[in-house]
Write a protein that binds this ligand. Structure first.
Ligand code: NDP
Ligand code: PYC
Length: 343
């Protein structure tokens, strides 16, 4: 513990509401509109509450340096266009993707319920967060949702020599009769870039097979990956194909940038990828009547029956329950830093 923190408890619990409010003040004080601050604060506090550590308050310095650099427009007002019976398009105006989703969400749900399926294509947007918060709320409304977003060049396609793809996550959510929605959210790289940064900060080595150094040699050193090295896709050619699909859906289809297309070098401090995002929402009642949630529950029951101990999402839901009961546990030094930023 540093001199500065001497006497403070190492970990301090903070309520979800208090953390959200603090983050909202931070975003507003650093150049966003009230609406953007509200949406980003809720997203970031939710990630911290659920133990999504690589995309919770760890990301605040990156958000703020991107805003300060002028790379991202914190006051952007998304332009929502109703383009077809099952298609909504949003130009995020070089702002964040989450306020663009929030602006289009009502129309997207209305279309999914009437057409059975609806697509939301967000372009000209920055996504710097976990992807599960974008899909889980649809499952809470008995809808199935799938989302992809591309990020920044740091992943070598399988069989290639240099990085091209982003870490390109895929998130999925489906309602379930007997419990929390089934949700998974995974980077198509062997490890998320945020987790490499965290490992570097902690001085920890990575497992084998995550990345290469600047000479293309396999390395477990996160610093070597960050300093001119690159990540590998998960699962060799299979993860690589999924990452390619994400580039096509999140960038080519939406009208956003590929992960390799933007140049932030004239904006020192910029960290938020300027890309696109696709969300597909399906109303399962159109095919399965009211039975879909029972069918997904049956699948979970059978998975448990063959010995599955952990469903994707289980760890997060457990962290969420603990945070809501006991407060979100933040290092006291981190909380002090956030309070200072919030003024
Ligand atoms: P993880 O590898 O930690 O987890 C991926 C998924 O697998 C989660 O749904 C997780 O559930 C589940 N899971 C993990 N371990 C097990 C297990 N043993 N058994 C069953 N399920 C398991 O995530 P990633 O490192 O791939 O991604 C981390 C975050 O980074 C994601 O939220 C992603 O959206 C974000 N990201 C964001 C990007 C962006 O551009 N905005 C780019 C890349 C990543 P659980 O959640 O319960 O642990
Ligand atoms: O963790 O890979 C990552 C990431 C990229 C953009 C936001 N998060």
């Amino acid at each position: 513990m540093s001199q500065l923190n001497a006497g403070l408890p190492e970990v301090e619990p903070v309520s979800f509401a208090d953390l959200s409010q603090m983050l909202q003040r931070i975003f507003e004080r650093h150049g966003t509109s009230a609406e953007v601050a509200r949406v980003l604060a809720h997203n970031c506090a939710s990630a911290q509450r659920d133990g999504s550590h690589s995309h919770g308050v760890f990301r605040i310095p990156g958000y703020l340096s991107s805003l300060a650099s002028g790379w991202v427009e914190g006051r952007a007002v998304p332009l929502v266009e109703d383009v077809a019976s099952g298609f909504v398009r949003v130009d995020a105006g070089n702002g964040f993707a989450q306020p663009a989703l929030a602006a289009a969400r009502g129309l997207l749900i209305e279309k999914a319920r009437s057409a059975g399926i609806a697509v939301l294509a967000i372009r000209n947007s920055h996504h710097f967060a976990a992807l599960w918060p974008d899909v889980e709320p649809f499952a809470d409304e008995d809808l199935v949702a799938l989302s992809v977003v591309n990020s920044m060049t740091c992943v070598v396609p399988h069989g290639a020599q240099r990085p091209l793809f982003g870490t390109n996550p895929i998130a999925f959510a489906a309602p379930r009769a007997g419990g929390d929605p089934i949700v998974f959210d995974l980077a198509t790289s062997a490890i998320a870039h945020g987790d490499v940064q965290i490992a570097a900060r902690k001085g920890q080595l990575l497992p084998d097979g995550m990345g290469v150094d600047s000479l293309g040699q396999p390395t477990r050193d996160p610093q070597a990956i960050l300093a001119g090295g690159a990540l590998l896709p998960f699962g060799g050619h299979k993860g690589s194909a999924l990452s390619m699909m994400v580039e096509l859906l999140a960038a080519a289809l939406t009208g956003g940038n590929f992960s390799f297309e933007f140049d932030w070098s004239k904006h020192p401090g910029a960290q938020t990828p300027w890309t696109g995002q696709l969300i597909i929402v399906i109303d399962p009642s159109k095919a399965a009547g009211a039975n879909f949630a029972n069918r997904s529950e049956e699948l979970v029951r059978q998975m448990r029956a063959v010995g599955l101990q952990r469903m994707p999402g289980d760890r997060r839901y457990q962290e969420r329950a603990k945070s809501l009961a006991e407060g979100i546990a933040l290092p006291a030094s981190e909380l002090a830093r956030l309070r200072e930023l919030a003024g």
